[in-house]
Write a protein that binds this ligand. Structure first.
Ligand code: FES
Length: 72
């Protein structure tokens, strides 16, 4: 995981999910929404890994099977 990398892409690289046609990748569909450690819900396709972080943990907001438990 590289600081500044897109969170959704990092999740794919970590094997936490596979992007399919449900993911718009443009901030429109909300399939990629996750809850950050501090409680903020974000669209992971639109956010980068925060600077100064060597790892992040997110909670999946939607119980959609696209996501596995993830720590990247
Ligand atoms: S993939 Fe659709 S909002 Fe992120």
């Amino acid at each position: 995981m590289k600081e500044g990398s897109n969170i959704l892409k990092a999740a794919v690289e970590a094997g936490a999910l596979t992007i399919d046609n449900r993911f718009c990748l443009t901030g429109q569909c909300d399939v990629c929404c996750v809850e950050m450690e501090h409680g903020e819900i974000i669209r992971s396709c639109m956010h980068a890994i925060p600077s100064g972080k060597s790892s992040i943990t997110v909670l999946v907001v939607d119980s959609d099977e696209a996501w596995e438990a993830m720590s990247v």
